[in-house]
Design a protein around this ligand. Structure first.
Ligand SMILES: [Mg+2]
Length: 112
């Protein structure tokens, strides 16, 4: 039986993966906002600090996006075009990003 959304099981699974990994990024971001980048889970210090956790979860998202690109779920050119538009759109509403409006990625004083 075909589901009304027309997705095959592989497509649905990739969307589940994307949603799951994006949710895990949100959890990591909230932990950093509550406890800071340098904090870590005292019950699992081997997992690294919150910066490492966020990096891990962003990496998981990147993997799923790459998989979706490879399988044709989304288009790389569209993503790049939307990223360029997002830069302009976000520039209007950020307050603390050095160089915003000109170059989000301009060097900043602490070298990051
Ligand atoms: Mg993950």
């Amino acid at each position: 039986m075909i589901h009304f959304n027309g997705l095959d099981p592989a497509e649905a699974e990739r969307l589940y993966l994307l949603a799951e990994e994006c949710a895990e990024v949100i959890v990591s971001v909230n932990k950093i906002l509550r406890h800071g980048y340098a904090s870590h889970n005292p019950d699992a210090p081997e997992d690294g600090d919150n910066r490492e956790q966020l990096s891990r979860e962003i990496g998981d998202v990147r993997f799923v996006v790459d998989l979706m690109l490879h399988r044709g779920d989304v288009d790389a050119h569209s993503i790049s075009a939307y990223a360029a538009l997002a830069k302009d759109r976000k520039a209007k509403y950020v307050h603390h990003q050095d160089g915003y409006g000109d170059n989000f990625f301009a060097p900043i004083e602490d070298g990051r």
